[in-house]
Ligand binder design. Structure first.
Ligand SMILES: [Zn+2]
Ligand SMILES: [Zn+2]
Length: 360
């Protein structure tokens, strides 16, 4: 099967033919239908984060179950499923206290002494990005890496639920628990930021301020629920948000992964407000807080996978899409074949798109 492989970090993807092993007892083999192009992949392509190579990239995918291992009972061939990189073991302290996205173990691979799921013709091992490897015609994954979705949702839209949309909505619903009637700012109106903007609208926020440097993204943010747009190229975005709200927002979210915008996000929250970093920073990035910042009684936190449980959240969000509450159609800005995957990352780097989706 064909897959987009990263051979070295930093680097570009190459399309290779790989062999897929048969499912082991608790694994699921999926024929991929669509794969969203997410920023976390780009962090590895550009070298700001590391992963074992060679690796099939991609993790925000959806497809149809083709085969299941002998002990799998939750899935059957023909089931539509969405993948999630937050593979959970189901029995560590984090999983058992309701935080599967913080799972202590690494349940993503097969463990030592077991043949690799993916190999080249010469037998060389190829890894899967966080146990998924979604830029591939087939995904062989742990049963704990997928969730079933209703057959009514088109899979090129469902794929977005697997990472970006779940992360943005979860940051609002689960991490921050945004209250109706409050004010929200979202810095970065890419895929995750647009999901957070929609989440704030659905949660009933009175004002939802989108902050970005790209006019088209601010326009799209307005369609998806932003009540105000702040063009970050048009003067200090923190001052603009403070002016719009008379001193700052109740909840500020950063959906880029940049120390400058993280700092701005913190400053946009009012005294006692909530500032939440959704974007992924490089390991050695630094953000400075002063004594006055520390005394401002703000809550400053980060979120991963929206702080949720994807087995619970993704079917809910699929239902919200089908009821017309959540707009996924407007978030897909391009559909490309797998051979166009590097172009999708180029467009992402240029900040041109909400979400590109690879279709198979
Ligand atoms: Zn666990
Ligand atoms: Zn992602």
């Amino acid at each position: 099967m064909r897959a987009a492989v990263l051979r070295e970090i930093p680097g570009e993807l190459t399309i290779e033919d790989l062999r897929v092993d048969a499912p082991r007892p608790r694994e699921v083999l999926i024929r991929t239908v669509a794969a969203g192009v997410c920023h976390s992949d780009l962090h590895h392509l550009d070298g700001s984060l590391q992963h074992a190579v060679p690796v099939v990239m991609g993790h925000e995918s959806a497809g149809i179950v083709e085969a299941v291992g002998s002990e799998v009972t939750d899935f059957a061939p023909g089931d539509p499923v969405v993948s999630c990189l937050s593979v959970f073991c189901g029995h560590c302290e984090m999983c058992l206290t309701g935080h599967p996205y913080r799972c202590f173990k690494d349940p993503s691979g097969r463990g030592k002494g077991v043949p690799s799921r993916l190999t080249r013709d010469d037998g060389a091992v190829v890894h899967q990005f966080y146990g998924v490897g979604g830029f591939a015609e087939e995904m062989l994954v742990s049963e704990h890496a997928v969730v079933k979705v209703t057959p009514d949702i088109p899979l090129d839209r469902a794929a977005l639920l697997g990472c970006g949309v779940m992360t943005g909505l979860g940051a609002v619903f689960r991490t921050a628990r945004v209250e109706p009637g409050t004010t929200v700012a979202v810095v970065g109106a890419g895929g995750v930021g647009l999901a957070a903007i929609q989440g704030a609208r659905i949660a009933g926020a009175a004002r939802v301020i989108a902050v970005d440097r790209v006019a088209d993204k601010l326009t799209l943010a307005g369609r998806l629920g932003a009540t105000d747009a702040v063009d970050a190229t048009d003067g200090d975005p923190v001052e603009q948000v403070q002016e719009l709200t008379g001193g700052g927002v109740d909840y500020a979210f950063e959906a880029i992964g940049n120390p400058v915008t993280v700092r701005q996000c913190f400053s946009m929250a009012k005294r006692g407000g909530f500032a939440c970093v959704i974007g992924l920073l490089a390991s050695d990035d630094t953000v400075t807080l002063t004594g006055r910042d520390i005394s401002s009684l703000k809550i400053f936190t980060s979120t991963a996978m929206g702080g949720g449980s994807f087995r619970v959240d993704i079917p809910r969000y699929a239902d919200m899409y089908l009821r017309g509450v959540l707009d996924l159609d407007s978030m897909v800005s391009a559909r490309l074949p797998i051979t166009g995957v590097n172009d999708a990352f180029t467009a992402m780097k240029a900040g041109e798109v909400a979400r590109s989706v690879i279709t198979f």
